[in-house]
Design a protein around this ligand. Structure first.
Ligand code: SAH
Length: 213
């Protein structure tokens, strides 16, 4: 598959839609305008790629809605060279947005099929996260902590404690919390023991699954 002028045109419109829904951060909008979302989906679904909607990918998972990706990324307040941990790599689209903002990205996916597929795709596209691992995101990545930001792209029944402990002072955790639908939360580490919690409305995500073994 290729990236054509037609795709670029559709992407410009998508960026305008996302912006009209209230996303202010120019670099985030620029990422939506630049990243070829249709290549993150199976061929044949190209016409769906530039609608502001989630879409099914492999292993019963979804590529998040562009507005949701933009919203979470804006809340994360990414600066160049920030170290960002992403839980739920999925198609890799959110990862590409973080890389576009020049973050150092560490990302975890627990579905083996999807992990393998996205790993090949990153190589093919030249997307270079610092680390892409197959594993359980509930545990975070203690060996690379602390992080400037942590983003969870699946609905968590509760906030995993391990993730809070892997934030720098001043670091942000952006996570949708809830069972059927989720409240978008941003938790900022104010000091070693103090965390500020903010809520940003209701969203729907596939569940964050825990490996109990
Ligand atoms: N950012 C992705 C969203 C994919 S949906 C995109 O835009 O494509 C959420 C992803 O989280 C799924 O791929 C799912 O397999 C993964 N996931 C669920 N529970 C997880 C866990 N405990 N650790 C890591 N990934 C998990």
């Amino acid at each position: 598959m290729k990236d054509t002028f037609k795709h670029k045109g559709m992407r410009n419109k998508l960026a305008d839609v996302v912006s009209s829904k209230g996303i202010r951060n120019k670099k985030v909008i620029d990422a939506i305008r630049t990243i070829p979302r249709h290549l993150f989906m199976d061929s044949g679904f190209e016409h769906h790629a530039y609608q502001d909607k989630p879409f099914p990918i492999a292993a019963e998972q979804t590529i998040s809605q562009p507005y949701t990706v933009a919203f979470q990324t804006e809340l994360l307040e990414v600066s160049p060279n920030d170290t960002i941990l992403e839980i739920g790599t999925g198609s890799g689209y959110q990862t590409a947005v973080l890389l576009h903002l020049k973050a150092k990205v560490f990302t975890i996916e627990r579905q083996l099929e999807l992990f393998k597929k996205t790993n090949l795709f990153f190589k093919k596209m030249g997307y270079r996260p610092k680390k892409f691992v197959f594993g359980d995101g509930y545990k975070g990545m203690p060996e690379h902590a602390p992080f400037d930001g942590i983003i969870v792209t699946a609905g968590a029944p509760e906030v995993p404690k391990a993730l809070l402990s892997q934030l720098k002072i001043g670091g942000r955790l952006v996570i949708p919390v809830g069972e059927d639908d989720q409240t978008m939360m941003r938790i900022t580490r104010k000091s070693e023991k103090e965390f500020e919690r903010e809520e940003f409305g209701s969203f729907r995500f596939v569940p964050l699954l825990e490996d109990k073994n």
